[in-house]
Design a protein around this ligand. Structure first.
Ligand code: BJW
Ligand code: ZN
Length: 253
């Protein structure tokens, strides 16, 4: 990653009034959490995450979907720690007048790295609700190990993680906050997303149409290439700390 591009990005952040940041699975990759479209590892490599993360997948095999989420919950909550990329985003937030963090991730690594007010577009892997009546379900330890999802105490429906599957609506609060930030920001920092899942992928377009500069941090050139003004190629755990360093140096000038 060339130092001139890092400095250019730091200058854009230093001059911004409002930075909106959209993160995807790539920001958690260096914490050991598998992304969706990169190769899955181990037991789960035989299954298509896009098929599992759907109402049809749950109906076809609720036990399989339940085990997938329980394994992912364990890796996200018990094995994974925030990485240098998550920490750097919390540090950038502290150095700009306004920072809105929008994530597609269902883990809580941004919060654990010190970010506050995180808008989770696709829900949280640590909350549960009934698939029928939507009532919240507090998960018991033995239910985590079970082969089948628990049943709702009220209606008997199957319990599922409070995440957004394909074909489902995104939660109103986070999507409204994200839309407003994308419309108003002067810099849109996109980190670790393939940019192919909508409506989240619309946000950088919206920001660009409204005059914001789009900075993309990713090891691979992806679907957002057309509207990216500055591409910082590399893993976010390496690129973002360098951006923080450059931003701090500018503040001291
Ligand atoms: C690194 C890295 C490192 C690696 N550092 N980077 C308009 C057009 C076309 C289709 C649609 C549309 N509107 C809606 C749709 C349908 C659908 C959709 O988008 N389909 C597409 C596949 C085409 N969208 C929906 O259904 C959404 N709902 C909706 O629109 O409701 C209205 C509606 C209802 C009914 C009918 C029609 C409309 C809901 C989408 C929900 C997505 N849910 C999931 C699962 C969440 C729960 C769970 O975690 O299990 O969300 S799917 C999955 O994809 C997950 C992710 O949040 C999401 C995005 O993936 P992400 O984060 O970008 O990860 P990857 O793996 O794709 O990419 C990783 C990236 O990281 C790569 O670029 C790597 O290079 C990079 N990377 N290492 C930095 N170290
Ligand atoms: Zn119920």
């Amino acid at each position: 990653m060339n130092a001139e591009k890092i400095l250019q990005a730091a200058r854009l952040l230093a001059d911004a009034r409002h930075v909106a940041c959209l993160t995807g699975a790539g920001v958690s990759a260096e914490s050991g959490i598998a992304t969706f479209r990169d190769a899955q590892t181990g037991h789960w490599s035989r299954f298509d995450p896009q098929a599992l993360a759907s109402q049809a997948g749950f109906a076809a095999d609720p036990g399989l979907v339940w085990r997938w989420y329980m394994d992912r919950l364990e890796s996200a909550r018990e094995r994974a720690e925030p990485n240098a990329g998550h920490v750097a985003l919390a540090e950038i937030a502290a150095r700009v007048p306004r920072f809105t963090l929008i994530t597609q991730n269902v883990d809580d690594l941004h919060e654990r790295a010190g970010s506050t007010n995180v808008h989770h577009l696709h829900g949280s892997i640590g909350r549960f609700r009934c698939n029928e009546c939507e009532r919240e379900h507090v998960l018991r330890a033995e239910e985590r190990r079970a082969e089948m999802p628990p049943q709702c105490a009220v209606c008997g429906g199957l319990v599922r993680p409070d995440v957004v599957w394909f074909g489902e609506m995104l939660p109103r609060g986070p999507i409204e906050a994200a839309w407003e930030a994308a419309t108003e920001c002067d810099v849109m920092l996109v980190v670790g997303t393939s940019g192919i899942v909508y409506p989240a992928a619309q946000l950088p377009y919206l920001a660009s149409e409204n005059g914001a500069t789009v900075i993309d941090v990713n090891p691979e050139i992806g679907a957002l290439a057309d509207i990216t003004d500055l591409f910082l190629q590399g893993p976010s755990g390496e690129v973002l700390p360098r951006l923080v360093q450059a931003l701090s140096a500018l503040h001291k000038e």
